[in-house]
Write a protein that binds this ligand. Structure first.
Ligand code: HEC
Length: 261
């Protein structure tokens, strides 16, 4: 018994290790909603306008997105396909990955599965965490992905963010402000995660930008699991079917055994 207990503890070790070594960056949390078609439509629009030039989504076909997102096919062809691609094709871009790797230091990865790999919170926070940094080739850095090779392609919307260090209130593990017992004043500490957007550099308000990135992340969550809404619907029918069969078999069994007793 003791051995079994020890063994199960050992098996759980990696879980503990991961929990303690978790990310030091606080990710902003969102709830992706692949049933919100309007949000997915806006997200797709942002994706093809701002991302597809560098990042393919090679496991996503335009036509499948048109069906799932309820966008008429002619609108997709007219407004969402910029290359000479056909609606039946996968969402791939024209950029040569080798050249891209030369320009950016790393090739832009395919993003069809990105939300599965990193999580929606990570993607949502990453896209909002670029800040001006003159030491980087493209003049920007990212809090979530330090020394990233991607330029801040959304700067015209968000504006130029700067990472300013400042004194912020200190909170304990329970989220309560820490108070200096002598002076009764809240204790402050240096923090470098305070962002400010330079006035007049972006054409969206912070709330509008957050909403745009939510929609974009939502679309990427859909691409990671395009079958999710289908599988939820089919799953429900499958369970109902099983329940019905259970009732049916129960009465069948009763019928069969009636003569035996
Ligand atoms: C000009 C080209 C370019 C554009 C446009 C671009 N990216 Fe990137 N992106 C890159 C490059 C290059 C990397 C790889 C950076 C690295 O590994 O250092 C990258 C990395 C990423 C990553 C991190 C991938 C990972 O997990 O390692 C995400 C997420 C991402 N981009 C999302 C987007 C989204 C969403 C858009 C559209 C708003 C976008 N990118 C537009 C070039 C681009």
């Amino acid at each position: 018994m003791k051995k079994l207990f020890l063994l199960s503890l050992m098996l759980m070790m990696p879980v503990f290790a991961q929990a303690s070594g978790g990310p030091s960056i606080q990710l902003d949390s969102i709830q992706a909603d692949v049933t919100d078609k309007a949000s997915l439509q806006r997200g797709m629009q942002t994706y093809v306008n701002y991302c597809l030039g560098c990042h393919t989504a090679q496991y996503q076909r335009y036509i499948r997105a048109a069906e799932d997102l309820h966008i008429p096919e002619e609108l997709v062809t007219e407004h969402l396909i910029f290359s000479d691609q056909k609606i039946g094709e996968q969402m791939t871009s024209a950029m040569d990955p080798k050249l891209a790797a030369q320009w950016f230091g790393a090739p832009p990865p395919d993003l069809t599965n990105e939300v599965n790999l990193r999580g929606a919170d990570w993607v949502y926070t990453y896209l909002r965490s670029f800040y001006a940094d003159d030491s980087r080739p493209y003049g920007v850095n990212n809090v979530v992905y330090p020394a990233v090779g991607m330029p801040n392609v959304l700067a015209e919307l968000q504006g130029v963010q700067s990472k300013t260090c400042g004194e912020v209130a200190k909170f304990d593990d329970h989220g309560a402000a820490v108070i200096d017992s002598l002076t009764g004043e809240p204790i402050t500490e240096q923090s470098c995660e305070v962002f400010s957007v330079a006035e007049g550099t972006g054409n969206m308000t912070p709330a509008q930008f957050d909403a745009t990135i939510y929609d974009l992340t939502n679309f990427m969550a859909y691409m990671s699991k395009p079958y999710k809404s289908d599988s939820q619907r089919i799953g429900l029918w499958a369970i109902l079917f099983c329940l019905m069969m259970t009732v049916l078999f129960y009465f069948l069994k009763k019928e069969f055994w009636r003569d035996v007793h």
